[in-house]
Each structure stands twice: as C-alpha cells, then as structure tokens.
Design a binder for this molecule. Structure first.
Ligand code: PMP
Length: 335
C-alpha cells in the first residue's frame, strides 16, 4: 500500500476559516465544561448506605443515604459555606483586593477559605486552636494561608475570642468572615445542599440527620427541606456531653451560641458518644469502603439509630469530610 501524498491546503480553502473570528469566550481553545476549581464546589454524589445499614438492624422498607462531601474542592462540606461567604462579601464590597480574610476555624472552613483565597487572590489568616490535627494545619498552609494559634485548652471558643480581638485591633485591615454569625453560611446549604438532596431523592426524603458545628449545614438544609415538605423530620446531632470530642461538632449547651442557630427548627436532638463515633467511622472504612472523617461516623451512627426505629422511610445524612485529617488520631489503626 502506497502512502498518500500529504495534501496541503491554504486557509481560504477551509470553509470554517472563512467565517469571522469568534469572540474570546468561544475561541477554539475554550472548553465550556471545564470550569475552575471553585465551579466544582457542590453537586456531590449521594451514596446508598442501605445494605450497610441493613447489617445494623435497619428494616426492609427503609433506605439510608449519605452525601459524600469530601468530593468538594478543599475536601469538605465547608467549601460550600466558605464560597458563599466570600462571594457575598465581594458583592457587598466588604471584601476587596488588599483586605485580609480572617476567621476562626477548627480546620475545614479554614482550609476552604485558603483554597478560595488562592484562586481569587486574597490573603487568608486563620485562628485555630493549637491542638487541631497536624494534617489540618498543613493543608491550610499548603494553600498559602497564615495560621495563628489560640490556646488549645480554650478550644474553638478560644479561637473565636482571639479572632474578635484581632479584628477589633485593626478593623480596616480585615474582612471578618465570621462563619458562626454570617447568614451566607446557612444560605449556602439552603441554596445547594438542600435542593441537591431533594433532587437526588426525587423528593422521597423523610428524615434528615446531621451534626451541629456552626450549625450552618443543619439550618440551611433543614429550612429548605421543611419548605419542600413539612413532614420531613429534622434531627440534629451533638456530642453526648462536653467531654466527648468529635472534631467538627460542638456541644452547644456549653459553647458560645452560633448567631445563625435556631433550636426550634430541629424536630429532635440526638447525642452521640466519641466511642460510637470512632467505631462507626472505622466500620464505614472496613465494611462500606468509605474512608470518612469523625463527624461522618457520628452522622451515620445517628442516621442508623433513627432508621432502626422506622418501618419505612428514606433517611439522609452527610459525610462532611474524608478520613485523611484523622489518621494521626489512630482511628484507622488495626484493632
Ligand atoms: N463536620 C466537620 C468535619 C466539620 O468541619 C464541620 C464544621 N465545623 C461540621 C461537621 C459541622 O458543620 P456546620 O459548621 O455547618 O454545622
């Protein structure tokens, strides 16, 4: 077989080259479906945990589902709130080039601010209790954020007090994102997490179970779901008492109350222990192939407890982050 002579054509012979040049947005190198990393926040998968829950005594006729929030850029559910907070502040002019975004965070919101700051060009300062895991600090630093450590004995409330002092000392220098009191936190979930659950369950969700930290996830998702169907039960999870440490969750009776929290939204409050949380987190990895974080373990423990009481229903919870920030705690070590 002989090779064909290459055929050379001039541009004037190519029909599509004759048309007027396209505007920049539709230039041949522009791919409309490949947005920047921020455009991939939200729209996380809903995983079916029904078979996993069946082994724990959940009856036929009841489904258990969970959204895998580590699919969000920066690795946690908090990317949703952080992005909404930043974009709202840009819209109002509170955040503009040259301002430093500052907030207190036990990790995930801080890591999300750091990623968003890197993309949008803002300096980010984070106040974290000195004892948050080394992985959390390293991740925030990886995106270029500056860490300020607060007293480990004072926990996340100590970080809140310290960030308020810093902002008061130089208010013009900072944009104080204030996740505990900023309505954009819960609105992120009202506008994204809630509608996603409604759509992904085809409106069949009957129970929504999630943990309380800033309470943004519970307030926003819960308000949206109640508006769609008043019969949906909203169950809020907290550690059993203040001695049970579950990173990401708060024991509200002794914490600084988040301004965005309204306790009347919850149909029910459930307590979870640290031990139950660790066991469920380990079980998720070993039985369901889900390498999830501690608050995810607590959420599934709560969801399974609720589901076990039912004869029919669709119970939905959230897996706020993956297990990579908790390895050094020894959760996943062989028993
Ligand atoms: N789980 C993890 C791992 C978290 O980082 C947080 C945020 N503190 C939560 C759960 C609770 O989410 P929210 O702040 O929306 O109540």
């Amino acid at each position: 077989m002989s090779l064909q002579q290459p055929r050379f054509v001039t541009l004037s012979h190519v029909p599509w080259a004759a048309v007027t040049p396209k505007p920049a947005a539709s230039m041949p190198h522009t791919l409309p479906h490949a947005g920047d990393v921020l455009s991939h926040i939200g729209n996380t998968p809903l995983l079916d945990l029904t078979a996993f829950a069946r082994d724990l005594g959940v009856r036929e006729g009841v489904g258990v589902y969970a959204k895998a929030e580590w699919f969000n850029p920066s690795g946690s559910i908090k990317a949703r709130a952080a992005l909404r907070i930043v974009e709202e502040a840009e819209r109002t002019g509170e955040l503009r080039p040259g301002k430093v975004l500052i907030d207190s965070s036990s990790g995930n919101t801080g890591i999300a601010y750091a990623l968003i700051g890197a993309v949008k060009g803002y300096e980010v300062h984070l106040v974290m209790p000195a004892n948050v895991s080394a992985e959390r600090k390293a991740l925030a630093r990886a995106y270029g954020a500056k860490l300020i450590e607060s007293d480990p004995l004072e926990g996340s409330d100590g970080a809140i007090v310290m960030v308020r002092e810093l902002v008061a000392s130089d208010p013009d220098h900072y944009f104080y994102a204030n996740q505990y009191n900023n309505p954009a936190n819960w609105l992120a979930h009202y506008e994204t997490t809630g509608p996603e659950i409604w759509r992904q369950t085809q409106g069949k969700v009957t129970h929504f179970v999630t943990g309380l930290g800033t309470t943004g996830t519970f307030m926003g998702t819960g308000r949206y779901l109640k508006q769609r169907n008043r019969a949906i039960r909203l169950i809020a999870l907290q550690p059993d008492d203040e001695l049970q440490v579950i990173e990401g969750l708060k024991y509200l009776p002794t914490a600084i109350p988040p301004g965005i929290y309204d306790a009347t939204l919850a149909d029910r409050q459930l307590g979870v222990s640290a031990q139950e949380t660790w066991e469920m987190t380990r079980r998720l990895a070993r039985r369901a192939g889900l390498f999830a974080g501690l608050s995810a373990g607590a959420s599934v423990a709560g969801a399974v407890r609720v589901a076990r009481e039912l004869t029919e229903g669709v119970v939905v919870t959230l897996l706020p982050d993956d297990g990579s920030k908790y390895i050094s705690l020894g959760i996943f070590d062989p028993a």
